[in-house]
Design a protein around this ligand. Structure first.
Ligand code: PLP
Length: 379
């Protein structure tokens, strides 16, 4: 049997990783500006991560949520401490899609309503409800189509209000920064307006921080730049640094009953150990601050390059629109400079999502490679 061929594969077989460098089976090293799709937050094989997860595996790898799991309680406490949301409750699952699925479900339970407002360009995952709020007809199967989801233009508050005023909207779901959609940063004012509208109409605002969370933008969550505190926040990717973890932060005032949500694997001992290691490293090494400074410097360097049309982002969540199709630039980065980057649904965009502790000299090397490629292609 072979893996199902649903992925467009790079012809690289990786054998090991350390920090922001991954190495293939032939010993060729690549600079990882993709972070395995925003997953590697504290770097590959971080010694503290290896120690904490390894030692948990040697004592107890798994038991279900039918018993108290002290390391899950520690993970929740540390997420609270690192994010500033220590009064919220944390529900752990295994992926970003699942986190969004549960957030929407909880919003519906709490409000007793069915409709959901999502934004054009959004990506919230591939499970039934999450994909229904994802703006990509290629990945929505007929069974996922539902009259309950309506799409409006990205942070068009008038369009949102028209929907909310009907009184039947359970949730509005929005990414802290649209990632797959090409690194679209919502204006802080727009997020504040959205938060106010949702409160006014009794609708739950769900902030999907799956890609933009865990310090990547220089704050623990991207929406914290706007100073809002939404009732439901979802996380995944960087919170596990490679171990599959998703999570839902739930405002303490929401009436959650026993049995409303549940999962076999979510929050198990190993997953919780991964979160503990990531949170401890993030705080001990000041990675949010590092991401903010590194991102500002990198974006300035990129904006100077002829052939770069636009640079968008915050911290180390960066979208670069190039004059030629980004696929050509990304291939040349791999082939000639051994640098991995991400794509986006907008064909001109190269996406950078490196580990938060990437070394400044590695970012300089990447900026100089991009300068060479974009300038040559542009002239
Ligand atoms: C913003 C956002 N939400 C949700 C998801 C889905 O996460 P997962 O693939 O872990 O289900 C992704 C994945 O790229 C994402 O970028």
């Amino acid at each position: 049997m072979h893996p199902l061929p649903v992925y467009a594969l790079l012809n690289i077989e990786l054998a090991r990783g350390r920090g922001s460098i991954v190495e293939d089976v032939h010993g060729t090293q690549y600079l990882d500006l993709y972070g395995g799709h925003a997953v590697i937050s504290i770097g590959h094989s971080h010694p503290h991560y290896v120690a904490v997860v390894g030692s948990q595996l040697q004592t107890l790898g798994f038991y279900s949520n039918s018993v108290r799991i002290p390391i899950q309680e520690r993970a929740a406490a540390l997420v609270g401490e690192a994010s500033g949301y220590d009064d919220y409750r944390f529900f752990m699952v295994n992926s970003g899609a699942e986190a969004n699925e549960n957030a929407i479900k909880l919003a519906s339970f709490i409000t007793g309503r069915k409709r959901v407002v999502a934004f054009r360009g959004a990506f919230h995952g591939r499970t039934a409800l999450a994909v229904a709020t994802t703006d990509n007809p290629r990945i929505v199967a007929p069974v996922n189509e539902t009259p309950h989801v309506v799409f409006v233009d990205f942070v068009d508050l008038q369009a949102v209000e028209q929907e909310l005023a009907q009184g039947d909207v359970a949730a509005v779901i929005i990414e802290g920064i649209q990632g797959v959609g090409g690194i679209q940063v919502p204006a802080d004012d727009a997020l504040r307006g959205l938060d106010t509208l949702c409160s006014r109409y009794g609708t739950m605002l769900i902030l999907d921080e799956v890609q933009s969370g865990v310090g990547r933008t220089g704050r623990f969550f991207a929406h914290q730049h706007a100073g809002i505190r939404p009732p439901l926040i979802t996380v995944a990717k960087g919170i596990g640094n490679g171990f599959p973890v998703g999570g839902l932060l739930v405002h303490p005032g929401l009436g959650v009953r026993e049995g409303m949500l549940g999962t076999t694997f979510g929050g198990n001992h190993l997953a919780s150990a991964a979160v503990v290691a990531v949170m401890e490293t993030l705080m001990a090494e000041g990675l949010q601050e590092q991401a903010a400074a590194a991102g500002t410097r990198m974006m300035e360097a990129l904006r100077d390059i002829p052939g770069v049309l636009e640079v968008r982002g915050r911290g180390l969540m960066i979208g670069i629109d190039t004059a030629q199709p980004s696929s050509a630039i990304r291939s040349a980065l791999v082939e000639h400079h051994r640098i991995l980057t991400g794509n986006a649904s907008t064909p001109a965009t190269v996406r950078l999502l490196p580990p938060l502790n990437i070394r400044p000299e590695d970012l300089d090397r990447a900026a100089s490679a991009l300068r060479t490629l974009c300038t040559v292609e542009h002239s």
